[in-house]
Design a protein around this ligand. Structure first.
Ligand code: BG6
Length: 481
């Protein structure tokens, strides 16, 4: 029997830059995601991260309207939010996680006044959720930064972004006061150390090291997160603020103590991001890591105290796979969207080569709960796969059901062992554009969107088999899997 707490927040997730489309409507400004094209498979070989662009490319792409930019189109949630939220309600969703595009509210990021049309869009989305008793769970920054801030300030590597972001956060927290109970600050904040552009709109200037740029930008995001916590306490004290990270469960390749130490180091590097936001301070092992990698974090007087004074209420995570490392071998023959690892022969892979490991979720949840003793919200977990739409408009995605079932069972095990998990929003509610490859054909949703990688299609919505399965899971509060 799977025991989930009463009021458990079952639902699905999304991100503005992958879902909304309407990238230039009603006053929205360009974001860093809007200038990333979908590369051909040949072009992809050239890029370590096909979701990043150089500054030169960003400047060129912002005026390019002929290449393929799927994130500009998303799944057209901007115009179809009523239909989509109705489908979520049909599934019985208790929560819908989405992000607010900063550029809809402050088109350039450093504007003095917000764009009323952008605020009105989220008024409508939130009210639509509340109409069905769906809890809106809002991410303030999900892999997009106003492009203007990237070009003018080099994104989050510049401390001035804290003030711009705080203005944005204050605007939306005030506007949606009493309606939103869960705020999430930065999606997969640990991503910034691996991809400073996607995580924080920062290019790597010549002669600068990506780690230096990424960790300095992370420091600014930590402070911005603390500001959000302070704002929520003042404006809407009923609401809760969560940090969010990609929980990267790392295993040693062998029982060689050197491999075990390497895995421990990498798990520490992952938890570092929650350490700062939950415990309120930089852990000592990080000082050692920074000096070994020639990283110097520029802090101002008062930063440490401020971080300590405004820690978050819950930890939210994404979990898709585990990673295997060794002290000696190169970890580059398997991986997910952010990092690579060593192939683990015990695990099966998704079509995209992501290693599927439900037991790793138990490990990850226990690790986080032992370390922080804070409620955990799983806000992303799912399988990217190619789906086939039949002539009858059906989608038989048993593989997705199998993946989700195994992970939900793992979550139930962790809960039975004492971990406090407050909700689960699968990635994704409705099909959307993938973050890493800008593919529409890498689908995650319970609802199929009829559009291809090039924007051809009706954008009609069709429930998949997983839609009906998840509906039963929710109705039985996780008993019927
Ligand atoms: C997470 C991101 O890393 O994984 C999402 O928060 C993303 O934005 C998801 O879509 C799945 O990754 P991808 O690259 O397959 O879309």
């Amino acid at each position: 029997m799977n025991q989930f707490p009463k009021g458990f927040l079952w639902g699905g997730a999304s991100a503005a830059s992958q879902y909304e489309g309407a990238f230039d409507l009603d006053g929205k400004g360009l974001s860093t995601a809007d200038v990333v094209p979908r590369y051909t498979s040949e072009q992809r070989q050239k890029y370590a991260h096909p979701f990043e662009v150089s500054k030169t490319d960003a400047l060129r792409n912002m005026n390019d309207f002929t290449s393929n930019y799927p994130k500009r189109r998303g799944s057209d949630f901007y115009h179809r939010y009523r239909e989509d939220i109705k489908l979520m309600a049909d599934m019985g969703f208790k929560a819908f996680r989405f992000s607010i595009a900063w550029t809809r509210i402050f088109p350039n990021g450093d504007d003095e006044r917000p764009n009323e049309a952008g605020l009105q869009f989220y008024d409508r989305v939130i009210d639509e959720c509340l109409k069905y008793n769906i809890e809106p769970v809002i991410t303030l920054s999900h892999y997009e930064t106003p492009l203007h801030l990237a070009l003018k300030y080099n994104g989050w590597s510049d401390r001035r972004l804290i003030a711009f972001f705080t203005r944005f956060a204050e605007t939306v927290i005030t506007r949606f006061k009493g309606k939103v109970k869960y705020w999430i600050t930065f999606n997969e904040i640990n991503g910034i150390s691996m991809t400073p552009y996607t995580g924080g709109g920062s290019f790597i200037p010549a002669g600068r090291d990506a780690l230096q740029v990424g960790y300095q930008a992370a420091h600014h995001q930590f402070l911005a997160s603390a500001h959000v916590k302070e704002l929520v306490e003042e404006i809407d004290p009923q609401a809760k603020v969560g940090c969010m990270m990609a929980k990267m469960v790392v295993y040693p390749e062998t029982n060689d103590p050197a491999d075990i130490l390497e895995a421990q180091k990498q798990n520490d590097l992952n938890n570092f991001f929650a350490d700062v936001q939950v415990k309120g301070k930089y852990p000592t092992f990080m000082q050692h890591y920074f000096s070994a990698h020639h990283v110097t974090i520029k802090m101002e007087p008062g930063d440490k105290e401020y971080l300590m004074a405004h820690t978050c209420d819950f930890i939210s995570i994404s979990y898709y796979m585990s990673y295997t490392v060794s002290a000696t071998a190169k970890a580059d023959n398997v991986g997910g969207n952010l990092r690579t690892a060593i192939r683990n022969p015990h695990l099966e892979q998704s079509e995209w080569g992501w290693e599927i490991d439900p037991q790793g979720l138990i490990w990850g949840l226990r690790d986080l709960y032992d370390r922080y003793e804070k409620p955990i919200f799983i806000v992303e977990n799912g399988l990217g796969a190619k789906d086939t739409l039949t002539d009858m408009h059906e989608i038989h995605d048993q593989y997705r059901i199998d993946y989700l079932r195994a992970h939900i069972k793992a979550m139930a095990t962790a809960i039975a062992e004492g971990v406090e998990v407050i909700g689960y929003t699968a990635w994704s509610a409705v099909d959307l554009v993938s973050m890493s490859g800008s593919d529409m054909s890498k689908r995650y949703g319970f609802v199929y969107v009829d559009v291809d990688d090039f924007g051809n299609g009706s954008y009609n919505r069709y429930p998949k088999d997983s839609f009906y399965w998840y509906k039963k899971v929710i109705a039985s509060n996780g008993e019927e899997l």
